[in-house]
Ligand binder design. Sequence first.
Ligand SMILES: Cc1cc2nc3c(=O)[nH]c(=O)nc-3n(C[C@H](O)[C@H](O)[C@H](O)COP(=O)(O)OP(=O)(O)OC[C@H]3O[C@@H](n4cnc5c(N)ncnc54)[C@H](O)[C@@H]3O)c2cc1C
Length: 297
Amino acid sequence: MKPAPFTHHRPESVEEALELLAELEEAELLAGNQSLGIVMANRLATPDHLVDLNGVDDLAYVEETDDGVRIGAMARHRTLERSALLEERLPMLPEAAAQIAGPAVRNRGTIGGSIGEADPAGNYPAALVALEGTLHLRSLEGSRDVPADEYFVAYMFTDLREDELIESVSVPTDPFPPARTGMTFLELKRAAQTWPTVSAATAVRIDDPDAEDPVVEDARIALANAADVPLRVPDAEEVVVGEPLSEAGLAEAAERVTAAVEPEGEMHADREYKEAVAGEYAKRSLETSYERAIESC
Ligand SMILES: Cc1cc2nc3c(=O)[nH]c(=O)nc-3n(C[C@H](O)[C@H](O)[C@H](O)COP(=O)(O)OP(=O)(O)OC[C@H]3O[C@@H](n4cnc5c(N)ncnc54)[C@H](O)[C@@H]3O)c2cc1C
């Protein structure tokens, strides 16, 4: 099927894009077109106007800030995957980017489009919830900041208003300094180019990498495709903090994750299977983060 007819607009600045959003009826933003194109081709979305952000050059960046990293909405998955800054400061993000589909999708798809789409199976949404990222939203009325875990409201439903766009995303490095920290984005996939069955995003900070059994000082666990929004599980984080990572701690964390998630069953993975896999992948992801934290110095 072909998309329904629409008018294509190509603004060259954020301001111009926002004016178009405010003035046009039934307008949709277009970023990397790796999701919207499919939805439109199936006529599940029939916008009258597309406001194409590909001409807005100053939205495509990854830059260091005083307390972390800021990423422009039009930064491509490939840019995140290859960013030396992210690899050093927030390695969960390049690892999440590298596992999205194949090179063709990663060359065009953007972080803004992924958050805009808000699929609970998406890689960045879970990573941003785990890392307590903040979304910077802008309209003609001004800007507002929304914590990632408040932005995703229900299944593919967000806090974004129709006259707003996602301008950028900030991710703090506190409390995960590169030394003494390990981060992991672990996906279960049936095939390289498919969406994940479940993913587990974790971060661990330890007290002393030279100790025989370093103590976990801080931990984060978030799951993708395990509920109608990306889901953080503080209950499971708590259980591994304050002691060296142990089999017993990991098993309890896995159990708490399995109890917390509320996945939709799919053709290849029913609900029960996804609950179990969420716990197991959270456990494996935590173990890897702990090992990476020990290797970080
Ligand atoms: C075969 C395949 C496999 C995939 N596998 C995965 C996967 O495993 N994990 C994963 O995370 N993703 C996966 N994706 C999705 C991919 O990451 C897309 O690139 C992404 O979800 C959409 O980004 P985009 O830039 O292409 O956005 P578009 O398709 O252009 O837009 C998507 C939505 O976001 C909105 N939007 C775009 N930019 C903004 C903005 N700045 N502000 C507000 N709203 C905006 C649009 O209006 C639209 O509603 C896959 C895609 C394909 C085709």
